[in-house]
Design a protein. Structure first.
Length: 227
C-alpha cells in the first residue's frame, strides 16, 4: 500500500484520524442541541432541526469549524460546553505506537487540522499528543479550510513539503479530494473515525480502519536489516 522509502513527511488529521470522532459527533449532534434547547426554552427536537440546518449550510467552510463563530451565532459558550464532555476525548487505538514508529523511521510528523485553536488546546491538554508531533498546522491560522484550494499553498509557506513524498491521512473524503487535486501522491482514508459507529466503505482512496495496519511496514523501514 505504502512505500515508506518514498515518504519523508506524514500529515495527519486530528478529529476522526488520531482522535475518536465520538467526542465531536456527540458534542455537535447531542450536547449542543441540548444546551441550545435549554437556553431557548424549546424542545430538543426543535433545537436539532434548527441547528442541523445551520450546520449543513456551513459544512466544509472555516466558519463551520470555528468555536468563536458558533459562540456568537448561538449565544452559547462553546468552549465551556466542550469542557463539559471532555471525558469523551480519546486517542484512537494504535495511534501512539504509530507516531513512535514514524519517529523511529525518521519521518516528520505534522498535525494538519481544521479544528479551531481553542479545540486544539483542549484536546492537546487532554491527550498530550503534541509531544509526539513536530508541528501543528491549524486552518484558522491560514484563513482557509482544508477543503479549499487555497489551503495547501498556504501550508507550503509555513511547512514546506513535497507532495510526491508526503503521506496525508484524513477521515474526510472532501478533504482528501482537495489534497489529491493539489498533487499528493500518498493518501489514506480512515474507515472508522467514530468508535460508536461501524466502519465505512471507501473505494475512492486506499484506506485503513486503524494504524495497526501500517506498523509492520514502518518497523521494516526502521529496522537495521532494512538499511
Amino acid at each position: 500500500m505504502l512505500d515508506w522509502n518514498a515518504i519523508d513527511t506524514v500529515f495527519l488529521d486530528m478529529d476522526g484520524t488520531l482522535l475518536d470522532l465520538r467526542f465531536d459527533n456527540h458534542f455537535w449532534l447531542e450536547h449542543v442541541p441540548l444546551r441550545y434547547a435549554e437556553s431557548r426554552g424549546i424542545s430538543l427536537a426543535a433545537s436539532k432541526d434548527d441547528l442541523y440546518a445551520r450546520y449543513q449550510a456551513l459544512l466544509g467552510s472555516l466558519q463551520w469549524y470555528s468555536v468563536d463563530h458558533w459562540t456568537q451565532e448561538l449565544a452559547l459558550d462553546i468552549a465551556m460546553l466542550k469542557a463539559e464532555v471532555e471525558h469523551l476525548i480519546a486517542i484512537h487505538p494504535h495511534v501512539l505506537s504509530f507516531l513512535e514508529a514514524l519517529a523511529a523511521a525518521g519521518k516528520r510528523r505534522v498535525l494538519v487540522t481544521n479544528a479551531h485553536q481553542k479545540s486544539i488546546e483542549l484536546k492537546m491538554s487532554k491527550t498530550r499528543l503534541d509531544g509526539h508531533l513536530e508541528h501543528i498546522v491549524c486552518s484558522h491560522d491560514l484563513h482557509a479550510a482544508k477543503e479549499s484550494p487555497e489551503f495547501w499553498p498556504r501550508v507550503q509557506e509555513i511547512e514546506p513539503f513535497d507532495p510526491e513524498r508526503t503521506l496525508f491521512v484524513d477521515d474526510s473524503l472532501p478533504v482528501l479530494r482537495a489534497a489529491r487535486q493539489y498533487g499528493f501522491r500518498w493518501l489514506l482514508a480512515i474507515l472508522a473515525p467514530d468508535s460508536a459507529q461501524p466502519a465505512r466503505a471507501c473505494e475512492e482512496f486506499d484506506a485503513i480502519e486503524d494504524f495497526s495496519a501500517l506498523l509492520p511496514g514502518l518497523a521494516a523501514v526502521a529496522s537495521p536489516e532494512s538499511v
